[in-house]
Design a protein around this ligand. Structure first.
Ligand code: OSB
Ligand code: MG
Length: 367
C-alpha cells in the first residue's frame, strides 16, 4: 500500500436534540474527517476529539496540528506493508490517542479495501448484526421516562442514563420503578469523587448492569477503592486510553466491564489488545460511541463484531443524532440490532454532495 494523497476537512452536523452529560451540553457535532487515497481506493475515518478538552485532555486544535504536521506527512508516499507497520509512526507521541486513531482507522479501511474484504473479517470478527443499547442524555424526569419507554419499544437492549450531581438517585429510582425488567446502566462521565461513596452505594439498590466512569477520568486507583465499597460493577470509559491502562484497571479490580472506543484508544491495534486482555480476565467489553457520523459509526459496528463484545454497544441508529448523515448508507437498528454495513472496508460511501454543504474545503496533502 502506498498512500499518494490525503484530504482533511472539518465537518459540522447539527444534532437532532441537544445532548447533555455531566460535563456540558452539545448541540452540534464538529469533527475532522480524514480520507487517504492509494491504488485508486479511499480509506476514511473521523476524529472523536471535542473542540475543547472536556472529555479527555485532547482537543481539536492540538489533534489537527499533529495530523497535519506529523501523522499525515509520515505516511504519504511510503510503502506500508500492512496497518501494523504504522506502529512506529504512532509510538513516539504522548496522549492524542484520538488523533492517532483517526489516521490508523483510515489506514485499516484502506487496507481492507485493498484486500477486497469487509473490515470485520480483516479484524477477526463475524459479519452478524450487533446488539445495541442507547445512551440517553440528561433531561427532566418526565422526558427521560418517555425516552426510555420509546427506546425499549424500539427494541434497544440496554438503556444508559447520564447522571450528574443532583440528577442521579431520584431519576434512576423512577426509571427502575417504571421499567423493572430493563437492562439499565448509568454514566457519570467522571463527575463524582470518593467523597460521594454513600450516594454511589445507594445505586446498588437499582440492579444496574454497571456504573460507567463514576470518578475522575485519569484515576484508576480511586475506582479500585470504590469497587471495594459498592456491589454494582464499575465500567471504565475515559480511564482506558491504552491497553496498559486497561491492564492496571483489571489487575486492581478497578473495573469489571470495559467500554472500548476505537476512536479514543489510538485505533484498532490498541483496541484489539484491550479486547484480548479483557477476554483473558473474563471481563466483558462493549463498544462506546461519541455521537459519530456514519463514518465513525460504521467503524464502531465493525469493531463490535469481535467475540468479547458481549454487552450491547452505544451504536444506535444514525437518525437519533442527525437528520441527514454524510454517508450514502443510513445506519439504522432493527429490533435492537445494528446490521454490519456490507461491502469492502467499512462498507459506507460518502455523500459528496451533502458533505460539501456541511464541511470546509478540504486541505489536500500529496506525496
Ligand atoms: O461517555 O460514552 C460517553 C457522548 C459524548 C461523550 C462521551 C460519551 C457519549 C455517549 C454517547 O455516551 C454515545 C453515543 O450515543 O454515541
Ligand atoms: Mg461513557
Amino acid at each position: 500500500l502506498r498512500i499518494d494523497s490525503a484530504e482533511l476537512r472539518l465537518v459540522r452536523l447539527p444534532l437532532v436534540t441537544p445532548f447533555t452529560i455531566s460535563t456540558g451540553t452539545m448541540t452540534e457535532k464538529l469533527f475532522p474527517l480524514l480520507t487517504l487515497r492509494a491504488e485508486g481506493l479511499e480509506g476514511h475515518a473521523e476524529g472523536v476529539m471535542d473542540p475543547l478538552p472536556d472529555y479527555l485532555g485532547e482537543s481539536l486544535p492540538g489533534s489537527l496540528a499533529l495530523l497535519r504536521e506529523v501523522l499525515i506527512p509520515a505516511v504519504l508516499g511510503k510503502p506500508l506493508a500492512n496497518p501494523q507497520a504504522l506502529a512506529p509512526v504512532l509510538a513516539p507521541w504522548r496522549g492524542h490517542r484520538m488523533a492517532l486513531a483517526t489516521l490508523e482507522m483510515a489506514v485499516w479501511d484502506l487496507w481492507a479495501k485493498s484486500l477486497g474484504l469487509p473490515l470485520w473479517s480483516v479484524l477477526g470478527g463475524n459479519g452478524q448484526a450487533v446488539e445495541v443499547g442507547v445512551s440517553l442524555g440528561i433531561t427532566p424526569l418526565d422526558e427521560t421516562l418517555r425516552r426510555v419507554e420509546s427506546h425499549l419499544a424500539q427494541g434497544y437492549r440496554r438503556i444508559k442514563l447520564k447522571v450528574k450531581p443532583g440528577h442521579d438517585l431520584a431519576i434512576v429510582a423512577a426509571v427502575r420503578q417504571a421499567f423493572p425488567q430493563a437492562h439499565l446502566t448509568v454514566d457519570a462521565n467522571s463527575c463524582y469523587s470518593l467523597a460521594d461513596t454513600a450516594l454511589l452505594k445507594r445505586m446498588d439498590a437499582f440492579d444496574l448492569d454497571y456504573i460507567e466512569q463514576p470518578l475522575a477520568w485519569n484515576d484508576i486507583h480511586d475506582h479500585a477503592t470504590l469497587q471495594t465499597r459498592i456491589a454494582t460493577p464499575i465500567c471504565l470509559d475515559e480511564s482506558i486510553q491504552t491497553a496498559q491502562d486497561c491492564r492496571k484497571a483489571l489487575q486492581t479490580d478497578a473495573a469489571r466491564v470495559i467500554n472500548i472506543k476505537v476512536g479514543r484508544s489510538g485505533g484498532y491495534m490498541e483496541s484489539l489488545r484491550i479486547h484480548d486482555l479483557c477476554a483473558t480476565f473474563n471481563v466483558p467489553v462493549w463498544c462506546g460511541g461519541m455521537l459519530e457520523s456514519g463514518v465513525g459509526r460504521a467503524h464502531n459496528i465493525h469493531l463490535s463484531t469481535l467475540p468479547n463484545f458481549t454487552k450491547p454497544g452505544d451504536v444506535s441508529s444514525a437518525s437519533r443524532y442527525f437528520t441527514r448523515d454524510i454517508t450514502e448508507q443510513q445506519l439504522e437498528t432493527a429490533a435492537g440490532r445494528m446490521p454490519v454495513p456490507e461491502g469492502e472496508g467499512i462498507g459506507v460511501t460518502l455523500d459528496r454532495g451533502f458533505l460539501a454543504t456541511v464541511s470546509d474545503v478540504p486541505e489536500v496533502f500529496r506525496a
